[in-house]
Design a protein around this ligand. Structure first.
Ligand code: SF4
Length: 308
């Protein structure tokens, strides 16, 4: 069961913006039992090779460093386990097992640190980064976080010093933004600090019903992000997660909005609109209205046909 958790900062912010409030506050709609959704839509448990490490694609691997976040998003893909802090804590032994597995798989060149929010556990993060820094096979480290939105003051000098540990690797920090009102002064300051340690800041966003499923909202979000030096990277169709059904936007509506965004945003501000295939087999780009294609099905990375 996903815990309700907010920061003092967010508690103030949600008073000014119902669209942000809906992302974090429990709703009765989470209890409806839908047959078409899954507790683990991306099949991460199936691809977990050692505790805390998901290996799905040959050249990159995902480390779930913690199940803690500063605040919990009700639409989280990992809501089956995020917020279960006790279960989520990785021990030194787990970190060593992760490193041993990576060493045995020299094809792994890129590590994605996620969770939970890896920036909320700086001590553990420091331990993991020290170990990854010593692996010459690792060229890229990606860090996924929502901390600049949920508790921007936590992006402090101590945390920046932890991130500075990474040497000789390219670092990309991916920040989760869903609504333009999340881009406050404090958040901008936090992202500026992260620029000191990141090769590039990118954003990822999820289409959310009655929150950001309009052209105007997303146009403002992506325009603001590119203005503050964050490249909009992914715009996800909400995963079919049990308990998050009420957030899912009709794919045809999404395509209409994204097509209009393509006509109006600069290429730099335009993200890739994708469906993360519900069997865990690839992030599939969604076509725009410029092409006459059937929208009732698509193929995943294994050529398997899936219904939209
Ligand atoms: S910050 Fe990320 S991991 Fe945490 S609840 Fe939100 S989406 Fe899930």
């Amino acid at each position: 069961m996903l815990t309700n958790k907010l920061t003092t900062y967010l508690t103030k912010l949600i008073k000014t913006c119902p669209e942000i409030e809906k992302q974090f506050i429990y709703s009765k709609q989470e209890n409806r039992e839908e047959k078409s959704t899954f507790s683990d839509p991306l099949m991460e448990e199936h691809h977990t090779v050692v505790r805390g490490l998901v290996h799905k694609y040959h050249n990159r691997a995902l480390i779930l460093l913690t199940l803690n976040c500063a605040a919990y998003c009700r639409f989280c893909t990992r809501r089956r386990k995020v917020s279960d802090i006790q279960k989520g804590v990785l021990s030194d032994k787990d970190l060593n097992n992760i490193v041993a597995y990576i060493k045995k798989h020299p094809d792994i060149k890129e590590i994605i640190l996620s969770g939970g929010d890896p920036l909320t556990v700086p001590i553990l993060l420091q331990k993991m980064l020290l170990k990854l820094s010593k692996l010459p096979q690792i060229k890229i480290i990606r860090i996924g976080t929502r901390l600049p939105v949920t508790d921007p003051k936590k992006i402090n000098q101590k945390l920046i010093d932890v991130l500075k540990i990474i040497k000789n690797k390219t670092i990309y920090i991916l920040i989760h933004f869903e609504h333009p009102k999340e881009i406050t002064k404090s958040t901008i300051i936090a992202t500026q600090k992260l620029k000191q340690v990141s090769t590039m800041l990118l954003s990822q966003s999820v289409f959310l019903k009655n929150i950001n499923d309009s052209f105007d909202t997303l146009y403002e979000l992506f325009s603001k992000l590119i203005e503050i030096g964050i490249k909009p990277y992914y715009l996800y169709h909400c995963d079919p997660v049990k308990g998050a059904e009420h957030f899912i936007v009709n794919i045809r509506k999404e395509i209409k909005i994204v097509t209009k965004l393509r006509k109006n945003l600069s290429g730099l501000a335009f993200p890739i609109h994708i469906i993360d295939a519900p069997n865990g087999s690839g992030k599939i780009p969604v076509p725009l209205e410029f092409w006459g294609v059937k929208l009732n099905e698509y193929k995943d990375f294994n050529n398997k046909r899936l219904k939209t």
